[in-house]
Each structure stands twice: as structure tokens, then as C-alpha cells.
Design a binder for this molecule. Sequence first.
Ligand code: B12
Ligand code: SF4
Length: 687
Amino acid sequence: MVCLISAPTVTEFEGTVTSRGQAARLGADYPPLGILSLAAVLEEKGIAHQLFDLNRLFYEWVCGDNAGSEGGFFPLAVRELRGLRANVYGFGTISSSYPLTVRLAREVKRAHPESAIVFGGPQASAVDVETLEAFPFVDAVVRGEAEEILPELLAALGRADGLGGVAGITFRRNGRVARTPDAPALPDLDRLPMPAYHLWPGMEKRRAVPLEVGRGCPFACTFCSTSQFFRRRFRLKTPTRVIDQMKALQQAYGTATFHLVHDTFTAVRAQVVEFCHALAGCGSEFDWTCSARTDCVDEELLALMAKAGCTGIFFGIETGSARMQRAIGKGLDLDHASAAIRCAASHRMRATISLITGFPDETPDDLRGSVEFIMDSLRFDHVQPQFHLLAPLAGTALDQEYRGRLKWDGIFSDMAFQGWRQDSADRALILEHPEIFPNFYAVPTAHLDRSYLMELRDFVMYGMARFRWLVVALDRHSGILAVFDRWRAWRSGHRPPVRVDGEYHASDAFRSDFLEFVASEYLAEDDVELLAVATLLEYETQFERLHQRGTALPPACPPAPEDAHQAADLEAVPRVTPGVVLLHLSADYERVIDCLRSNRSLRGVPRHPVVVADRQLPGGRVEVLQLSPLSAALIELCDGVRTVREIATLFPRLGEGLDRFPPEQACRFALNELAQQGMLVFSPAAA
Ligand code: B12
Ligand code: SF4
């Protein structure tokens, strides 16, 4: 019996992850494709196996039956793992959770000394020899793709001639660490069986299913481990195979939404075109997301992908500096990258763009380029930027170049994410073995201070997640880097010193401190550009007050179908839809946003009072709608007490010329409009 254990993408958080949503964002509720792919192969070959998903366990620990279980996540995981009975325990590994994996494996070996402990996955593959030298409880490492190697290894474990004949593994022979030659990359991915999704308990509840569509990347960026792990040999499953798998998954789990997993899905244009045409003619409708390089898409291709159901695309941009693009081996043309992002957004694809700071030779000018790239992209609604602090991943060119020169500075990059507080046992391992855990160390940055970069990263990420348009307005006024410097100075003068880390930036304290800072530092200036800052500050401040009172933004309930027709009934009582909040602003919000979006002057923006309705849609997106003066006046009358008939009597007074229409008919029409926009619901009149 072999037990396959997933690499955790979550690690011990000491109670700071408290909600199902937070845990899900960290990948706790995500089918572990690596071990599901291996399980399918073992199933095909009739080799007994079981799965153990550490992320799932974490999810339950946060919010399920095991919530709050004594002593934290690690003891719980140890208890559960010790309870399993297997001859081989196979651990998947990734960089961020490698210390945790090592500690768990040690406990399993202690409990079952007769069993074999085998590691696989991206991290162990890159530090195979070092791992076996440091940790005697690990018996072997499978390097790279394991669908062919693992069954061979399992068969060889029981044979007298040992493991030497199995390609792609690292093991101990006569007490010394030995490596067999690399196994070739799997040439035909169509031959892989469907991953064993049926063994993963969360499938029925998933809205979107990840489906691996290919492997390998022909490029070789210095910070990335993909082209080492999956090799530079680009492979894609055929359209027929992918579409058959989509159909089968739709039939089994009812989902028509897929994350197509491949790091550079569009690297060979003709294959993507073929896939899109095949989808269009397949008789089913699917929506899907993928990852691509901006220089491997063009307008025509993006239009075709959108038509074929692509709703989201991940673009690794990495840096907004042309000089650094060359230095890190990515080589993107930044103008073309911006155009590709705008084009994807214009097709309503959600474009996630990822940038990294903290490269070895990065200068303040390079950093400025990256931050400007992010700020520019914020003007497009469908673009979601990410900003990371570099972590040197094992096996990358960067890691090789700086081996021996990496430094420990106690700053935890989100690329080596361990939560906000690092577990002390993890840290002890990391400090003892820099060669095994390089991603927790720093490449020297000659021109930039890493603690500044980490704080900037958190400020930008949390700032834009919480007050996107206010950040755009401030950036337009004085550049976000200048705002950041002014904010730091303000905070140190006005607030007691606190640890300014991710936890602070995620807290309500950051929200209110920042709004106070903007109010006190920017509103006194006389500058037409500040109209945007003032309006958005007004918006955010009202929003915050509602938030503090706990009234703001549970997801808005869509009106029940029967409610939608109630306006016809003169005795029905309209009220604002639960979850919708009304904010009163003193300048035209829509025009302000429009000017920010298109980079136009704010000079002509009318300064008259407006009401905006704000509501959170399921999935976390917030929709803001500026109401016409009539709608704003009408909605104020919908207090949950007045009936439609009573409101109709007041209707002619709400605007000039309204007395020309039959009041009940006109009022019912206007109320219905608001109900259709999701702003109002009707309750039947009290008996
Ligand atoms: C989906 C994904 C995620 C999901 C994970 C969801 C989940 N719960 O699994 C999310 C978005 C949460 C995620 C997060 C992160 N990820 Co990620 N992610 C991926 C991605 C794109 C696909 C993984 C996948 O499913 N691949 C397909 C399967 C089939 O491949 P596989 O898992 O590698 O499995 C094969 C082998 O590894 C091996 N194998 C796997 N398990 C086992 C077990 C045994 C016993 C054996 C023998 C072999 C073996 O055999 C499998 C079949 O060949 C990969 C890139 C990639 N193309 O793989 C990055 C990747 C795994 N992620 C990576 C990183 C760095 C992260 C983060 C740490 C950083 C970040 N900020 O993004 C975070 C995690 C920390 C956190 N909490 O924020 C790196 C890992 C690099 C490394 N050296 O470890 C990768 C490789 C991307 C990269 N090139 O940098 N990620
Ligand atoms: S960053 Fe993207 S393009 Fe560069 S090597 Fe990694 S997967 Fe390939």
C-alpha cells in the first residue's frame, strides 16, 4: 500500500487564517493534481494506494469538524498521518511548505520505521541530494514528472537488485547518496489517464475544476523553476483529449468551468487556434482560464480565445523595467505587454498580472517602472495585479548564481509564503540548511532595502484591494511611491510603533489609519487633481463607517423572482435590497472614475451631490452604481414602511416635469427599474 500525500500550499498559521474564504484562497480547497495524476496511474496498474490531502485537513482545521483542534495544525496532521497504514509514504513537495513536509515525514518514519519515505515534486527534485544527505528518514526522491517513475520505483523497492535500475531517482546505496540518470520528459501527455478526481472529496462542491493541459516551457527565466522541472520541451495535450476530459468532468461533477493548468498555454499559437476551433464545434459550452506570456498572444488570438470561452488569463510580467526584463531572461516588450493586457480586458477576460520586486540588480528606477506598470493597469476593471517579493527558488539560475551568498534577513517573501509568523520549528530547519530551503533567504539587493520593498509590497497589494480607485487617484496626483514615503513618515509621527507587516496591512487599523492620513495630508492642498482624491476619500470614509457598524456589504441578495413583480401591487412595500449600501458624495463619482480611467483632466467634473449604490456580488466583486437624481430621491422614500401607493403620491415632487405623468404608473415604472437593477426588493403589504 502506498499513501500519496499532497504538498501543502498552506502551512501553519497560528490561528491567523480564520475563515473558509481565506483558507480557500490559499489553495486549501483545491484538488491536488500532482497526487491525483499519480493515483490514476497506480489505479490503472492495480497498485494499492490511498490519498491524504494536507490542504484539505488544513481546511477542516480552520472551519470544519477539526476546527480549533488542540495544539495547532502540526500535531493534528501528525496524528492523522500516523494513523495511516502503508509500506510507502510518498510526499509531494513545494518550496513554501518544504520545512513542514520534512517535519511531518520525520514523524511518520518515527511511527512506522519499517516503511519507506519517498519525496517527489518541484522542491525535492531540485534539492534531492541535499535532502537525502541531511535527513536520514527520507529514503528516496523521485525527480521530475513521476507517472512512469513511481510505479517502477515501487516495484524496485521490493527487489533484491535495488533501485539502481530506475531512472530519475535519488537514493542511498551503501550509505552514500546516489543519483540515477534523469528520466526523459513524458512525450505524449494524451496517454496519461484522467487524474483520479473521484478520490478527492471536495469535487461535487467545486465551481471550477483545474485540468492539466500540458507541461514544459521553452523559455528560461532566471527566477523560475518550471523550465528545470518540466523541462524546456513544450507539450500540450491534443484538443480532442482536453475536450473529452472537460466533457467527462462536466458529466461527473456538473461543472463547465475549468482552470487549464499549463505555465505557458499559448506558446505555440497554432495549437491554441486549433483548440479554440475544436471547442467552438464540440457541442458544449465551457468557460476556462489559462496562463500565458504576453508575447505569445495577439489581438486576433485573444479575440478567438474569448469567443471560445476564455474568461481569465494569468500573465507573468515580472518587471516593469525594460532593463530588468533582459536581466532576468524574460525579455517582454512592455508596450506590447500593456497592449495585450488592455486587449484581454476589453474582451472582459479577467487578467491577473504578476510583478516581482527584489531582483539582485534592481535599482529604484527599475522599481518605479514596476510600480507604474501596476498603477497603470489598475485603471482597467478586469485587471487584477499581484506584486511579490522575490524568493530564490531552488534549482533556478538565480539560486545557482547566488548559492553561498544568500542572506537570512528574517523577511518572509510571499513567494515563500508561511503565513505572517514563521513556525519556530520550521525556522530552525531553515537556518540549519540554507542549501535546502533557499527560498526563505534573500538574494543580495545592492540598491534596494528589502524591508522597504516588503512593506511597499504589502501597502500596494492591500491598498489596491481595499481602495483601488483612491490609490489610482493618489498615484495620479503625486505618484504612489511618493505617497508611500509620505505615509510612512506620517505613520511614524502619528501612531505608536507597530510591526508593519502583512497582518497590519490586512487589519482594520490600516484601513482607518490610511484614510486619516489621506484626509489630513492631501485635502488641504488646492489642486484640481485632488477632486478625485476628495471624492474617493468621501466614498471610502462612509464605507468604513458602515463597515464599523457592521452594516456594509454582505453579498447582496438577488431579489426573489416573486419579489420582482411586486411593484405592480400598490400595497407592496419597497426597501433597499439587503447588502446594498447608499453613499452620498459631493461630486460626480461616475465622471471622476471616467477621468481616472481615461487619464483625462478632472477640470470639467461637476461638483454636485450624487448618491451611489454599492453592493458586493457573489465572488467578492463590488459593483458601484451612480443613481440618477430621480432614482436617488425615489430610493430615499423606500424606507421599508411606505407602500408603493404612498410613494406614488410623493412622486410628482421628486423632479421637474414629473407631474405631467400619471403618478402611480410612473412611480411603479421607476420602482421596477430599480428592482431590476437589484437595488430594491418588495415585501407584501402588512395585512
Ligand atoms: C495550481 C498551482 C498552485 C495552487 C495550488 C493549489 C493546490 N492546493 O494544489 C495555488 C494557487 C494555491 C498555488 C500557490 C503557490 N504556489 Co503554486 N503552482 C500551481 C501550478 C500552476 C500547478 C500545479 C499543478 O497542479 N501541476 C500539475 C501536476 C500534475 O504537477 P505536479 O503537482 O508538479 O505533480 C507532478 C510532480 O511534481 C510529481 N509529484 C507531485 N507530488 C508527488 C508526490 C510523490 C510521492 C511523488 C513521487 C511525485 C510527486 O509527480 C506529479 C506528476 O508528474 C504550479 C506550476 C505547474 N505547472 O505545476 C505552481 C507551483 C507548484 N507553485 C509554486 C509556488 C512557488 C507557489 C507559492 C509558494 C508561491 C505563490 N505565491 O504563488 C504558493 C503557495 C503558498 C501560498 N500559500 O500562497 C511553484 C513551486 C516551486 C517549487 N520549487 O517548489 C510552482 C512549480 C510554480 C513555479 N514554477 O514557480 N500554486
Ligand atoms: S516565468 Fe514563465 S516563461 Fe519564464 S520560464 Fe517560467 S514558465 Fe517559462
